[in-house]
Design a binder for this molecule. Structure first.
Ligand code: HAM
Length: 428
């Protein structure tokens, strides 16, 4: 293949029709499930003011921003995520809307991060959010949508798992373990990375950055592996705030069980989420084999609308990317890309029949069929070859001798069966 003078930027993708077909198949499932749950689709601009993300999204994502100064000297960012845009859109106009607001979107997002397996510099992300509902019922609904979006694509509990936790619960636990309130967010950052970091390194960071002594740091790391709500209940029975949060989590998990999704859900305190704005229950969905990065992440963020200048409004939602998901579907052989279907190919035997061919093609296209024909004069052999190459279901031969008798020949490309029929009969 000749090398182009202009190479594609690293971390970006081209989409040939076959490749795009895979993405559109994912989009179809996402849209179907969103609609089934009563969510309405919205959109927003790919560029936003840089300030929308600074301090609200957290250090990591701000480091990964594509940003520039525009000709009006504004500091601009390409959107790395959709949630701040959603908060901005609703902050200005939610008052006129019935609550809770159930919105979804399929934006393309941009992050200048190191390209690695499952992480690119652009991706499509299904965003589903419920705004204006404080109760845990909204958290349950949101995770159910995410899981159903994956189930719609053929993934089951042996393929995926939703690891769930609660930032409020974890905050209370950390305070009991001796973390100073000002250092809680630093500890979250360290926990968020702990599975991809050596234990010693996490310990060192807890001591150096979160001002913990070795014993407290050890306790923090140890508690992250406690996966039984009952054990936590006993361990922290003296703390009412911890007990209350455990009650909420229990309702959350039991409600997902009631929806028949219990087998997909696992309590896991190591999930705290990298983004700064989350305030309550959080979750991430992974492949069971544990080979891939997170497929989906989300949770409750009750303060974001206020942070972008709106009224305080509770919110919960998630983002699910197409990159890791596409990879998982390929590994599990769940991709069923369908090549575009051509219903009819017209073989124009002599150029005198082209006018008739154009009229038939137009009429049949208006009837909803996919119709193709050679755009320039070709031998009958070449035209038939083209019809079979593109997988046409049927071929209509427009030959002068038959047409003189008012006939056309229709060939079924699958069975090879050929039959003569009257032209008017074919047209009607
Ligand atoms: P996030 O965890 O940053 O959350 O991203 C959500 C998902 O998007 C990830 O689990 C992953 O599948 C995909 N993703 C993120 N970065 C990349 C990348 N560089 N390449 C490929 N895929 C990627 C958020 O963005 C939140 N705003 C989600 C949210 C919506 N929370 C509440 N509402």
């Amino acid at each position: 293949m000749a090398k182009s003078k202009f190479e594609r930027l690293p971390g970006f993708r081209d989409f040939t029709p076959e490749e795009l077909d895979g993405v559109l198949h994912i989009f179809d499932s996402w849209r179907t499930v969103s609609t089934r749950y009563g969510f309405s689709e919205y959109g927003g601009p790919p560029l936003e003011l840089l300030d929308l993300y600074v301090e609200k999204s957290g250090e990591e994502i701000v480091q990964q921003l594509y940003n520039f100064q525009d000709k009006g000297q504004r500091k601009i960012a390409l959107r790395p995520e959709m949630t701040p845009s959603l908060a901005r859109i609703l902050a200005g106009r939610h008052r006129a809307m019935a609550k809770p607001i159930r919105w979804f979107s399929l934006p393309q997002l941009f992050r200048y991060e190191r390209q690695q397996r499952g992480r690119l510099r652009e991706h499509f992300q299904w965003n589903v959010d419920i705004v204006g509902e404080q109760g845990v019922g909204a958290d349950v609904e949101v995770l159910a949508v995410a899981l159903d979006g994956l189930r719609e694509l053929g993934l089951r509990e042996n393929h995926i798992v939703a690891r769930v936790s609660d930032r409020k619960l974890m905050t209370e636990i950390l305070l009991v373990l001796g973390v100073k309130p000002d250092n809680v967010s630093t500890v979250f950052t360290i926990i968020d990375k702990m599975e991809r970091t050596k234990v010693n390194r996490s310990m060192d960071r807890l001591c150096a950055e979160a001002e913990l002594d070795t014993e407290a740091a050890e306790k923090v790391l140890e508690i992250c592996y406690e996966d039984q709500i009952e054990v936590l209940r006993q361990k922290f029975e003296a703390s009412i705030s911890i007990t209350e949060r455990l009650d909420v989590l229990q309702i959350y998990i039991e409600s997902l069980e009631a929806k028949g999704l219990g087998a997909y859900v696992q309590f896991d305190l190591k999930i705290v989420r990298g983004l700064a704005y989350y305030t309550g229950i959080v979750f991430e969905i992974f492949d069971r084999a544990g080979d891939l990065r997170a497929i989906c992440g989300g949770g409750r963020y009750d303060r974001l609308l206020e942070l972008v200048g709106g009224d305080p409004l509770p919110a919960v939602g998630f983002g699910m990317g197409d990159v890791v998901l596409g990879e998982l579907l390929r590994i599990r052989k769940l991709f069923k890309p369908e090549s575009a279907k051509v219903d009819l190919f017209l073989v124009i035997v002599g150029e005198e029949q082209r006018t008739l061919a154009l009229s038939i093609a137009h009429n049949q296209r208006e009837n909803g069929l996919t119709v193709l024909y050679g755009l320039r004069p070709e031998t009958v052999g070449k035209q038939l070859e083209m019809a079979s190459k593109i997988g046409a279901c049927q071929v209509l031969m427009l030959a002068p001798d038959e047409l003189e008798r008012g006939l056309v020949v229709l060939k079924d490309m699958k069975t090879g069966e050929q039959r003569e029929m009257r032209l008017e009969e074919f047209i009607t």
